[in-house]
Each structure stands twice: as structure tokens, then as C-alpha cells.
Design a protein around this ligand. Structure first.
Ligand code: SAM
Length: 209
């Protein structure tokens, strides 16, 4: 999700995106981004620099089997926006869209022991209150040394605000969820954790055991 930033950090971010990200963005990826920018919920789109980070992580880890907890999505409408671009990129055969709640889909995968430790990489950018439960499920589905990435971990910087900061109920609840998750992940000895301030806060976890 796009994060609110100071003018200075926006200038730096724009510089990075203009000089390092957009020149190498594939045409179909750019066109999908531009179509999504016009959608009423455009703010849900991962930023171009975050997309580049995910692409790099997948290549660095040599990931073949991945889970994207929006390729599992309750909204087929959102997937249908992306599908023509997935087809243009000739990767439709690699994307297995599953419509429905992610918790149920991950449970269904877990019901088959063949899926335990069978995935190399997972990206989580679904509904925030379920992140902790996704974490428990993904730790069984992603292999040892595999990677789990969580998005929106800084919730537009609200995780760092004082308890009396004036926030909407939704932002207060979500930033509390993210704060709890940040604390839990750092204490979780099953994973190695690297917290980045890119985009809206990306946490990279590597499964240790
Ligand atoms: C922030 S958006 C993901 C945006 C995506 N990373 C991108 O760059 O386009 C969150 C998505 O999670 C989906 N979602 C919400 N609740 C869900 C649930 N319980 N299970 C699966 N998907 C869910 C929403 O429909 C939405 O498409």
C-alpha cells in the first residue's frame, strides 16, 4: 500500500523510482500499474520499488513455488483487472488464482502433507488482522530457508505514533495489529527477520527451523 511521506522523502523516492525502477519496468507491468492507478482503490497497489524488491528476492532465492496471499483473494474482480496483463506477460500458466478467504485456502493446502515445506517464497498483503494466523500457516508451507514477506508493517508510520495520537478506529486497530506482529516476529526464533522502511514497511522473514 502506498505510504504517506514527507516532501523530502517523496523527492528521494521519486528520484529512485524514476532513475532505478521505471527504466527497467516491463511494458505489461507498467500498463497494469497505470490501469490500477485509475481504480478507486488504487492505494492498495504495491509501489513500483516494492515490486522490484519482490522480483529481486524471488530471483535471489531461486524461488519456483510461491504463495501470494492475493493470488488467493476474496475478490475475483481485482484478479480480473490483472489477468489480461498476466496473459500478456505469458505467465498465466504460472498463476493459479484461488478465490476465497486466504485462511481457508492455506488450511486446504496444509491438509495435503505434500505441501508442507513445499513453497519457496510467500508474500502477504491481505487483510491485516489475519497476519499472525497466516504466519503460523506459512511457517508450515514454506521450506526451511524459504522466505515470507509481509507488507504494510509500518501502517503509514502510525505504528510509531504515541498512544494518544488522533487516529480513526480503523487505523488505531490496524496499527495495533502491526505493532503486535512486529514484536512477535522479532521474538519468533523460528525466523530470521529484516525490517525495511521501503514502501509502507516490508518485513522479510527467512524460515530457520
Ligand atoms: C492491499 S490489497 C493487495 C494489493 C496487491 N499487493 C497489489 O499490489 O496489487 C489486499 C487484497 O487482499 C484481499 N483480501 C482481503 N481480505 C482477504 C481475505 N480474507 N483473504 C484473501 N484475500 C483478502 C483484498 O480483496 C485485496 O485484493
Amino acid at each position: 500500500m502506498a505510504a504517506a511521506r514527507s516532501e523530502t522523502s517523496k523527492t528521494i523516492l521519486n528520484y529512485v523510482i524514476d532513475t532505478s525502477v521505471l527504466p527497467r519496468e516491463l511494458d505489461c507491468k507498467r500498463d497494469l500499474r497505470l490501469v490500477t492507478d485509475k481504480h478507486e482503490r488504487f492505494f492498495m497497489q504495491s509501489s513500483p520499488d516494492e515490486a522490484r524488491l519482490l522480483q529481486m528476492l524471488i530471483k535471489l532465492t531461486g524461488a519456483r513455488r510461491t504463495l501470494e496471499v492475493i493470488a488467493v483473494d476474496v475478490s475475483r474482480e481485482y484478479y480480473d483487472i490483472g489477468r489480461p496483463f498476466i496473459e500478456r506477460a505469458s505467465v498465466a500458466g504460472k498463476v493459479d488464482f484461488c478465490e476465497g478467504p486466504a485462511l481457508e485456502h492455506l488450511d486446504a493446502l496444509l491438509a495435503d502433507e505434500g505441501n508442507h515445506g513445499a513453497f519457496d517464497f510467500a508474500f502477504v498483503d491481505g487483510n491485516k488482522p489475519n497476519y499472525m494466523r497466516y504466519h503460523e500457516q506459512l511457517l508450515r508451507l514454506v521450506r526451511v530457508s524459504g522466505v515470507i514477506v509481509y507488507d504494510d508493517k509500518l501502517w503509514v508510520g502510525m505504528v510509531a505514533l504515541p498512544p494518544d495520537a488522533p487516529l480513526s478506529d480503523f487505523d488505531r486497530r490496524t496499527s495495533a495489529v502491526m505493532r503486535d506482529l512486529n514484536t512477535m516476529l522479532v521474538a519468533d526464533e523460528r525466523v530470521d527477520v529484516c525490517q525495511l522502511t521501503i514502501a509502507d514497511g516490508v518485513t522479510i522473514c527467512r524460515r530457520l527451523v
